[in-house]
Design a protein around this ligand. Structure first.
Ligand code: B1M
Length: 233
């Protein structure tokens, strides 16, 4: 096959299509990502599988080469935009739910940090599981979180950080909640690639969530526990 020869995504079997989508994401090819995402859905794939196996796995490859200095910010931005386009197709499918509302979460990326793909994904999955989401976007100072929690009467605070330089800000937020005497009014969940369980404990969060699916499970569990405590207390 000559290099010029065009790859027809619809002619690829599933496994090759997924690998091709990793390449297309790497190359920031938005239209191809949209087409590939739709093709997998049309072939009967679950939206969550399309998300994790084609988009999230593809972004992990981008992350490795970004780390190793093979890719730079402009290329990674294109990849991020392509990923967001794919997520746009999956979003209505992931948030589709007839379930009664389980609770309300305010979620945002912390001050100094503009990464939002993971946070958006958590929002989508939580919505899909029946939570109401108030998304504060990126670069949030502590005041924004507190104002939203109070105004929205939310039960859960979700914070995202992708940089080792911004993750300590989560402690600023939790400490401020403590100072104001409102820490125990909320379930605080934290997440982001550089975090871990130990860090979650160290900043005083209720839980560290490795991924969006864990965030959903943890939120459900802690909300149930909160209800039981109130019922018995
Ligand atoms: Co940035 N970046 N970036 N970047 N970027 C990382 C994070 C990095 C690890 C890349 C690397 O070196 N390998 C590195 C951080 C290194 C470090 O801190 N030690 C890095 C850097 C250095 C930077 C800049 C400083 C680069 C520069 O300017 N020189 C700069 C910082 C800008 C800033 O924020 N102030 C920067 C910029 C960017 C772009 C703008 C180009 C782009 C962001 C676009 C966007 O988000 N709109 C970008 C991207 C895309 C990445 C990587 C490649 C991918 C992140 C991503 O979207 N992953 C990333 C490499 C990596 O993480 N391996 C990298 C996919 C996403 C689904 O996963 O976000 O982990 P993730 O979310 C997961 C879980 O972590 C969890 O659930 C999600 C879904 O399952 N989760 C939560 C996340 N948040 C949660 C919140 C919760 C619960 C779970 O609350 C309840």
């Amino acid at each position: 096959m000559s290099e010029e020869e065009e790859i027809i995504l619809s002619e690829l079997p599933d496994d090759e299509l997924v690998l091709q989508m990793h390449d297309d994401l790497y190359d920031g090819l938005k239209e191809e990502i949209v087409e590939g995402t739709q093709l997998l859905l049309d072939r009967g794939w679950e939206p969550y599988d399309v998300l994790t196996k084609s988009l999230v796995a593809g972004m992990a490859i981008v992350g490795e080469d970004f780390r190793d200095g093979i890719l730079f910010v402009p290329e990674v931005l294109l990849a991020a935009n392509a990923m967001k386009a794919g997520m746009g197709i999956l979003r209505p499918l992931l948030i589709e739910t007839g379930a009664p509302k389980l609770g309300k979460m305010v979620v945002g990326t912390v001050k100094g940090d503009i990464h939002d793909i993971g946070k958006n994904l958590v929002g989508m999955m939580m919505e899909g599981a029946g939570f109401e989401i108030v998304d504060l976007g990126i670069n949030n100072p502590v005041e924004d979180y507190i104002e939203a929690l109070e105004k929205e009467d939310a039960q859960i605070l979700g914070m995202s950080a992708l940089l080792t330089t911004t993750m300590p800000y989560m402690k600023v937020v939790v400490d401020t909640l403590v100072e104001k005497g409102i820490r125990d009014d909320y379930i605080v969940l934290v997440g982001g690639a550089p975090l871990n369980e130990e860090f979650g404990k160290a900043v005083g969060a209720d839980a560290y969530c490795r991924d969006a699916a864990v965030a959903v499970e943890t939120a459900k569990e802690l909300m149930a526990r909160k209800h039981n405590t109130h019922a018995s207390g």
